[in-house]
Design a protein around this ligand. Structure first.
Ligand SMILES: Cc1cc2nc3c(=O)[nH]c(=O)nc-3n(C[C@H](O)[C@H](O)[C@H](O)COP(=O)(O)OP(=O)(O)OC[C@H]3O[C@@H](n4cnc5c(N)ncnc54)[C@H](O)[C@@H]3O)c2cc1C
Length: 356
């Protein structure tokens, strides 16, 4: 069994891969040197190149699970205490520890402001009760950046809190999935978990801004990953169409198939151009949330189309486990839903553009 298929059969990546990725400079790319990263001479385009290379393997979930610190660590680096940054970041960037981000709950992920997991300050500690859902790398995580309700209703009552998963009262259940098979996904339960106040990330009831600041880069990365996966699917379809013969000629010699392939290329190119523009704007500090939200929808719909058309070109072969197209086809939905689903993205953009 190849390594990738073994990871998918196991439902998770080996910890040794995190170590190897750290040694290769992958985990620490674009993180501050003082906390174990390397940022000198790197910018957002290097990060996107890294995303592209990982997506090019055609193994959905590899990037999501190996790089979960990309969503779990930034709130700590942006808002955590100096002690917390120095304690957590170096060992995560060295591949020794795994960190997840836990926002979504069983009662819903889109309406973040309504989350229910409670942290009540009792004496000199918080007592945390509640559940989180669909948490990437959640089965293996040593640390979680968790959104909890410390105050009243709505976004103003939410805090971010670091929770070590070996604390008594933390338990998790593995979730099986349509795709992202090498990425472990968990339902996480907090049952009277005691957490010291030093584990607050940023001010009490000031967590919502920390959640929001993560989203733009996550959406840009996902959009770029969709372009990379679409290129992989198209390349496999082109190769197939160049070799497969039907009705006395190669598939690619049928005009309708050529048109299909060129149309996929057109959609990939236009989406990639928008990704590059948004990356450039992010680098200048001028990116708008509405752009990243709409870009994510554009990229996932493009991937949905390309994966469908590539599968159609491969015919029955696309349905048999082993082709990259078969795997990429299964990764479409998680991209369209995770990190902000289509309806929520377009509504956010619509509101920001003043369409109400
Ligand atoms: C594999 C995987 C990994 C994930 N990893 C993480 C993770 O690491 N950490 C984390 O916190 N979360 C994670 N998520 C959760 C993900 O972010 C949520 O699934 C997503 O935000 C949607 O939330 P939901 O599934 O609860 O859907 P819901 O919020 O219940 O929405 C269901 C559907 O209704 C639509 N909808 C909701 N409200 C409206 C409205 N007002 N108008 C129109 N349509 C609406 C939504 O767009 C969606 O299509 C992951 C999800 C998956 C599948």
């Amino acid at each position: 069994m190849s390594t990738q298929f073994q990871w998918e059969a196991d439902g998770e990546l080996p910890r040794s891969l995190h170590k190897k990725a750290a040694e290769a400079g992958i985990l620490g790319l674009n993180y501050p040197d003082e906390y174990g990263g390397h940022s000198e001479g790197f910018d957002i385009f290097h990060s996107l190149t890294q995303t592209e290379e990982m997506a090019a393997a055609g193994a959905g979930g590899l990037g999501a699970s190996l790089m979960t610190h990309g969503i779990g660590l930034p709130p700590i680096l942006a808002m955590g205490s100096e002690e917390m940054k120095r304690r957590i970041a170096p060992e995560v960037l060295a591949g020794d520890k795994i960190i997840s981000l836990a926002i979504t709950e069983p009662s819903g992920g889109s309406d973040v402001a309504q989350l229910k997991t409670k942290a009540v300050l009792t004496g000199n500690k918080y007592i945390v009760n509640g559940s989180k859902m669909f948490i990437t790398s959640g089965m293996r995580a040593d640390y979680m950046t968790v959104a909890v309700r410390t105050g009243g209703a709505g976004m103003g009552g939410i805090s971010l809190m670091l929770i070590e998963t070996d604390r008594p009262g933390v338990s998790r259940t593995r979730l099986d999935k349509m795709g992202w098979r090498c990425s472990d996904t968990a339902a996480v339960h907090f049952d009277n978990v005691e957490v010291p106040p030093e584990n607050l990330i940023g001010p009490e009831n000031g967590g919502f801004a920390g959640i929001m600041r993560n989203f733009n880069s996550e959406r840009l990365g996902m959009a770029h990953g969709c372009c990379a996966m679409a290129r992989v699917a198209l390349a496999e379809a082109v190769e197939w169409a160049t070799n497969r013969e039907t009705f006395g000629k190669r598939l690619a010699q049928h005009q309708s198939i050529r048109i299909k392939l060129a149309d996929c290329q057109r959609q990939i190119n236009t989406t990639q151009a928008w990704v590059d523009l948004c990356a450039w704007q992010a680098k200048q500090g001028s990116g708008q949330p509405a752009d990243y939200a709409m870009l994510k929808v554009q990229a996932t719909r493009m991937l949905e189309h390309v994966a469908r058309e590539a599968a159609q070109v491969l015919g029955g072969a696309s349905y048999i486990t082993g082709s990259k197209v078969e795997r990429i086809y299964r990764e479409v939905r998680v991209n369209a839903i995770g990190g902000g689903s289509e309806e929520i993205m377009l509504d956010l953009a619509g509101r920001q553009l003043g369409y109400s």
